[in-house]
Design a protein around this ligand. Structure first.
Ligand SMILES: [Zn+2]
Length: 152
């Protein structure tokens, strides 16, 4: 993962901080139906971290994943540049982002580093978003005209 690779301890500290933020966010989960709390923490390009937790609803389909909750927090703060995301959940193995979240995250950084972790401890899996969502649909597909096909 490019954003946090390197031999410097600062990167390890940033990763540890991101993982802890995702794990702490699990406590904010509203998951009375699944009893499956998930926390997510987004590392913003400016070094700040915002987090979110899953939000369930009695009308199940309108529930919101932790990752998209974190994205909403970031955008509400005016931040759209993401450097990495950590996702924390129970179980073996802990869950990677679902398809809907992969799509939403891809809108902002198609090669976002994704760390997956449990309720505590280090990352148990590392991906980049383009590994999790290859050949994704993106803003480029909505462009109506390309420079090459402009007016003669
Ligand atoms: Zn999701």
């Amino acid at each position: 993962m490019k954003a946090m690779d390197g031999e410097h301890g600062e990167n390890d500290q940033t990763e540890a901080r991101l993982l802890r933020a995702a794990q702490a966010a699990m406590a904010m989960s509203y998951s009375p139906y699944s009893h499956y709390p998930v926390g997510a923490a987004l590392l913003l390009a400016d070094g700040r971290i915002v987090s979110g937790a899953n939000i369930e609803n009695a009308a199940y389909p309108v529930s919101l994943c932790a990752e998209r909750a974190a994205v909403a927090v970031a955008l509400a703060a005016g931040q759209r540049e993401f450097a990495a995301i950590a996702v924390a959940s129970r179980g073996t193995p802990p869950a990677p982002p679902c398809g809907a979240c992969r799509q939403v995250l891809s809108e902002f950084n198609p090669v976002l580093p994704v760390l997956v972790t449990g309720e505590s401890g280090p990352a148990v899996a590392r991906y980049t978003l383009d590994e999790l969502l290859p050949w994704s649909f993106g803003p480029q597909h909505l462009e109506r005209e390309h420079a090459a096909s402009g007016p003669a």
